[in-house]
Design a protein around this ligand. Structure first.
Ligand code: AMP
Length: 139
């Protein structure tokens, strides 16, 4: 399967469409999911053209996981969470809808289920949640 340069996350990386960035480094980019399944739901992606884990190099996976761990710890603190759920899908049959490798990071609280997929979030709330995450990362 080939990488599609026009997938939505490639456009986000090229700044052709907006995103609510919470963190970036030389290799990875983290931004808020616009259809959040939990408050603070964010996505971590590699900056390189990677479709999913099936074509990622070990280095790219390691770089993503380093950022996933950093952001996992940050959302634990920012939302006083009890845990963190990671999700990652590969190819359509595996549940992947956007064909640029991404890891979902969802802060979780005891007894609170995730919300259904596909529901647009309130951008003002998402921006406020991003502010909390950025504040933790800067502290
Ligand atoms: P999946 O490939 O199944 O992991 O689903 C793609 C995820 O990307 C979903 O959680 C969407 O809400 C999210 N998503 C799609 N477009 C955007 C966007 N422009 N900005 C942020 N998140 C997005």
């Amino acid at each position: 399967m080939q990488y599609d340069n026009d997938n939505i996350f490639a456009k986000i990386l090229r700044k052709e469409i907006p995103s609510e960035c919470v963190y970036e480094d030389d290799h990875t980019y983290a931004f808020m999911d616009i259809m959040p399944r939990a408050d603070g739901h964010l996505l971590v992606i590699p900056k390189g053209p990677v479709r999913n884990i099936l074509d990622a190099s070990p280095e790219q996976l390691a770089q993503c996981m380093e950022t996933v761990q950093k952001l996992g710890k940050a959302v634990m603190q920012a939302f006083d969470a009890d845990g963190v759920t990671l999700q990652q899908f590969n190819e359509a049959a595996g549940g992947q809808e956007v064909f640029h490798l991404h890891f979902h990071v969802l802060p979780r609280h005891e007894g609170i289920k995730t919300r259904p997929p596909g529901v647009m979030g309130d951008m003002a709330k998402i921006k406020a949640q991003a502010d909390k995450i950025r504040a933790v990362l800067q502290s």
